[in-house]
Design a protein around this ligand. Structure first.
Ligand code: ZN
Length: 233
């Protein structure tokens, strides 16, 4: 068997391994396991964001409390206004104070309502996050096992193919094999493709004459465009 034939045989067997890998990676078990894992990885950040919001809302509440205390002070001043006016104090000063107090109360009420809405929204978000986290924690545990089981169920077939591959590998030069495996790791498949009409049959890139002349005697060259091995049939 020539090296080219060995490479093509290797790829044929490797295709079976690729199929198993695809079955695992496209499985519902993997999808749900990775979905839960990703959610849980990001949950801490989401919780931090809610914590930061809670601190900000607390700060706003403190500001409103301070405003309320200030208004209360003004109200105290106004409580004995009758006596003060009887003693000859300026009425217009107290009227102005009372008006300012009235306006301040209105604004405070609005601000307070706004704050309550924000607090409710944050509490709702927290509640949702908590429920989702519990759900995803359960999904993680369940599908971690299911994903492992699916991999385990394919292990025997996968090992048999690996064994077959390592036998064929013995007849292929190490540098070509190393390049093949690199391409395989980069998710290129198929890795070998025939020259058709002076072009790479997979990506259509035309090969210059100088490159094509290297193909004689069962040699392979790499396509400049898709980096697959090109061979001449
Ligand atoms: Zn190509």
């Amino acid at each position: 068997m020539s090296e080219l034939q060995a490479l093509l045989k290797y790829q044929d067997v490797d295709a079976k391994l690729k199929k198993i890998e695809q079955e695992i990676s496209s499985s519902e078990e993997k999808k749900k396991y990775f979905q839960a894992r990703k959610f849980l990885e990001n949950a801490a950040d989401k919780l931090d964001a809610i914590d930061a919001r809670a601190l900000e809302l607390k700060r706003l509440a403190q500001i409103l409390t301070k405003k309320f205390i200030e208004m209360n002070e003004i109200l105290k001043d106004l409580s004995n206004v009758d006596e003060l006016i009887a003693e000859g104090a300026d009425v217009s000063f107290y009227v102005k104070n009372a008006q300012a107090l009235n306006d301040g109360m209105k604004t405070l009420k609005q601000d307070l309502n706004g704050l309550i809405d924000k607090i409710n929204a944050a509490a709702e978000e927290y509640k949702k996050l908590k429920a989702q986290t519990i759900k995803m924690q359960k999904q993680y545990n369940e599908y971690k096992e299911k994903y492992a089981a699916i991999k385990e169920s394919k292990k025997e077939a996968s090992n048999a193919i690996q064994k077959e591959l390592s036998e064929i590998e013995k007849t292929i030069s190490p540098d070509i094999m190393a390049k093949y495996k690199n391409k395989r790791r980069e998710n290129t498949f198929p890795i070998l493709c025939a020259l058709k009409n002076d072009r790479c049959s997979l990506c259509g890139m035309e090969l210059p004459l100088a490159s094509r002349s290297k193909l004689s005697g069962g040699n392979v060259i790499e396509c400049d465009n898709c980096h697959r091995f090109i061979f001449s049939e």
